[in-house]
Design a protein around this ligand. Structure first.
Ligand code: FES
Ligand code: FES
Length: 209
């Protein structure tokens, strides 16, 4: 399960809160995954092939790879446990919080309810894949500029969802952003900064496509 968000470090070196959180956004830094459909498809594939360990080819952050997996493996578990891409967070594990949001073929999904067996030929983008040679993605920078986080735990999912929200054309106004970002929960209540961040980065994300 996820490590404690925002846990204190009484013995470690002192760092400023802003520095710590900027690091979290940089390194770490919703739509529901179609789990039922994915599970049915995985089951159908297993029945058709007689295999419960399908071999799947996909791309993650631009890197093509092939893996033979248990048919029940979720994308979230694969990212965190197999690839050590821990920027994508575990929250509810039930498509309720958005902490695990990633992009698949440009669309935002909850990776906790997305089965790897359904990703043949798909392109997955995680929070680790959006910066450009060390330069923050405009949405990452906007979250920093607008204090769009406190503990930072929900932030990778918020950022990925925000990019998807803009690309969908659902970031035209603050009320629209609030509506279309409502699948991403923030226990710290940083919603005001999150909306401001999406508004700041909107044009740049739209131009980038
Ligand atoms: S962990 Fe996936 S939606 Fe909460
Ligand atoms: S910043 Fe703490 S949960 Fe969102």
């Amino acid at each position: 399960m996820a490590k404690t968000p925002g846990g204190t470090n009484r013995e470690g070196p002192r760092v400023s809160r802003r520095g710590l959180l900027q690091g979290s956004v940089a390194s770490g830094a919703a739509a529901l995954g179609n789990f039922a459909g994915g599970a049915a498809q995985a089951q159908a594939d297993a029945q058709a092939t007689g295999s419960t360990t399908p071999t799947v080819s996909f791309s993650i952050n631009g890197k093509t790879q092939t893996a033979t997996l248990d048919a029940r493996t979720t994308l979230l578990d694969y990212l965190r446990e197999d690839l050590d891409l821990t920027g994508t967070k575990v929250g509810c594990n039930h498509a309720q919080c958005g902490a695990c949001t990633v992009l698949i073929d440009g669309a935002r999904v909850n990776s906790c309810l997305t089965l790897m067996a359904t990703l043949e030929g798909s392109e997955v983008t995680t929070i680790e894949g959006i910066s450009d040679e060390g330069e923050l993605h405009p949405m990452q920078q906007a979250f920093i500029d607008n204090d769009g986080f406190q503990c930072g735990y929900c932030t990778p999912g918020q950022i990925m969802s925000a990019i998807g929200c803009v690309r969908e054309g659902h970031a035209g106004s603050a009320p629209e952003i609030r509506e279309y970002m409502s699948g991403n929960l923030c226990r710290c209540g940083a919603y005001k900064g999150i909306v401001a961040a999406v508004e700041q980065a909107r044009d740049q994300v739209e131009e980038a496509g």
